[in-house]
Design a protein around this ligand. Structure first.
Ligand code: GTP
Ligand code: MG
Length: 216
């Protein structure tokens, strides 16, 4: 998979969304506790592989995969971040590159779940844009010794009105579904904010016209 630390311009809302030419870019950032499993999720989704000796992440870099949603090509950039003690979440300028955030916790580590409220959501509140879509993902659900049960986590997420899914990068369970749900949520927001859409067969066209947006 290709990491990239190059400059990426912050997002401006799309004036016209061109689905046909595959020019729509969706940026999702993964945040969460040190060792929670963020890089492994990206690796599994982008490369289809799992490495049990993955090194911790330093800084912030992105990985690209072209995905297809409702017959439209979308360029997905997944931003990997560090969960280390010295990094307590993305800065304002890092959030400005992104449409959505996936908060990752480890189901075998209660602290990684408790820190969602005390660190990661606070960080989003302080630095995130108002348009950011948020999803919570509990990973490593293949492992024994679970500390966070699904029902508790789901109730918590429901109270926040944020979707929650459990996944495993080792087995691949739930990975595609979780990432593609986040892409769909982000795309909905992009479309809501656009003033026109050039979509060909795109099924979102219906929703767009419902919102009073012009189709070209
Ligand atoms: N069994 C199992 N192990 C996992 C899973 N996901 C990650 N791991 C392991 O957990 C450790 C940490 O995974 P990373 O993906 O590096 O975690 P991270 O959140 O990127 O960590 P930082 O970059 O330090 O913030 C690695 O040893 C992974 O192999 C999973 O779904 N199942
Ligand atoms: Mg990492």
């Amino acid at each position: 998979m290709n990491g990239n630390n190059g400059e990426v311009r912050p997002h401006q809302p799309y004036k016209t969304v061109h689905f046909r030419q595959g020019r729509v870019i969706v940026d999702l950032m993964l945040i969460g506790e040190y060792n929670a499993g963020k890089s492994s999720i990206i690796r599994r989704f982008v490369d289809g592989t799992f490495d049990d000796s993955l090194c911790y992440t330093i800084g912030c870099s992105f990985y690209v995969k072209n995905v297809c949603l409702d017959r439209s090509d979308i360029k997905l950039r997944l931003w990997d971040t560090s969960g280390g003690e010295r990094y307590r979440g993305p800065s304002r300028s890092e959030y400005r590159h992104c449409h959505g955030v996936i908060i990752v916790y480890d189901v075998t580590n209660m602290k990684s779940f408790e820190n969602i409220a005390s660190i990661w959501l606070k960080n989003i509140e302080q630095n995130g844009t108002s348009d950011l879509v948020v999803m919570i993902v509990g990973t490593k659900c293949d492992l024994p010794g679970r500390q966070v049960d699904y029902v508790t986590a789901k109730k918590y997420a429901d109270r926040l009105n944020v979707p929650l899914m459990e996944i495993s990068s080792l087995t691949g369970y739930g990975i595609d579904r979780a990432i593609m749900s986040a892409v769909t949520m982000a795309l909905d927001k992009i479309i809501q904010n656009a003033s026109s859409i050039c979509e060909g067969e795109y099924v979102y066209a219906k929703r767009k016209t419902d919102n009073g947006c012009q189709l070209s």
